[in-house]
Design a protein around this ligand. Sequence first.
Ligand SMILES: [Zn+2]
Length: 163
Amino acid sequence: MSGWESSSTARVLWPARPRKLAKVPFVELADGRLQGVVSSGSDVERVYVSSVSAGSYAFSCSTNNNRPCGGARGGFCNHILGLIGEAVLQYGAERVSRYLRVEGADANQIAETMRAAGPSQGDSAAAAQVFSRFLRHLAYLELAPTTAPLPEMQWFPPTRAVV
Ligand SMILES: [Zn+2]
C-alpha cells in the first residue's frame, strides 16, 4: 500500500477497471440513482446530467443549463447508455445491477433489461444537485497535494497517479 492509501481513514475502493474521464467525468451510485455527468459529443462547453432510478429505472437527462436532452424523449439516450457503461467499469456489473435492482451480467444486458421494462421519464429536479456535486469534486483539483484523507476523491480512477 502506498503512503496516502495506508494513511487514509476511508477505505479506498479501486474501480473494477480503469476508465476514461473525458466522456463521463463523474459517475456515482447515490440517492437511489445511478447518476453522473456526461460530456457532449459535439460541444466541449456542454455537459449532460443523466440519471436512472433504482427499481423503477425512471430516467432523466438534461444539460447543465437544465435544457432537456433531445435524445431522451421516450427512452434512454446515448448519454444514459454511456453512463451505464462507465458505471460498470467503475463499480463492476454486479454492484451496478444490485444497486439498480436489475438483472444483467454486463453493461449491455443491464441497459437492455431496463429498456425492456419500459421505464418512464423521471423529473430532472436532482440534476442541479448532481452537477453541483461534480463541481465540488472538481474543486479538489485546486488543493495542494496532501496525504490527509479526502474520501470524496474515491471516484478518481487509479491511472497514472501524480505523486
Ligand atoms: Zn441525453
